[in-house]
Design a protein around this ligand. Structure first.
Ligand SMILES: [Cu+2]
Length: 155
């Protein structure tokens, strides 16, 4: 009789263990990893220098804006733009050829030496973003095709 009770007790313990085991494994798995978008992997850059994480890219209160100029292999479009001091201009190469934006004159690029994709971290890349912080009219060209020219006027 006693042995039977012990066997029943053991069976109850085993069944209880199964409930505990499966109860735990059926619990929802909470994934604490935050879902991050891959879009920020490259990180924001200003003049080819990565902006540290957490740096607020202020908009609204500051008048800074980004103007886009495209290059199709022969011309920049729009060819002439006017921006405010501190604005960024992004030059995008939509051609299959090379683009290296640089201030005039070719090949010395002396009127605005900092405005030179070849000297930036975006050297050889399909786009080049430059922050214009000098007032004036800055002629530029594609250093790899110097007949492609444009003008950025900074007010
Ligand atoms: Cu040049």
């Amino acid at each position: 009789m006693n042995k039977t009770l012990i066997v029943i007790a053991i069976i109850i313990v085993i069944i209880g263990g199964f409930f505990l085991f499966f109860g735990k494994s059926n619990a929802p798995v909470i994934d604490n990893k935050e879902t991050t978008s891959g879009a920020n992997e490259a990180g924001p850059q200003v003049n080819g220098v990565p902006v540290p994480d957490g740096t607020k890219m202020e908009t609204g209160t500051v008048s800074e804006s980004v103007v886009t100029v495209t290059y199709n292999g022969s011309v920049f479009s729009p060819k002439t733009i006017t921006v405010k001091k501190g604005d960024s201009v992004t030059f995008i190469n939509e051609s299959n050829g090379g683009m290296s934006v640089a201030s005039d004159p070719h090949p010395s690029h002396t009127i605005y030496p900092e405005f030179d994709q070849y000297k930036s971290a975006e050297k050889g890349k399909k786009s080049y973003t430059f922050v214009f912080d000098k007032i004036g009219s800055w002629g530029y060209h594609n250093h790899l095709n110097s007949s492609a020219v444009g003008m950025v006027t900074v007010e």
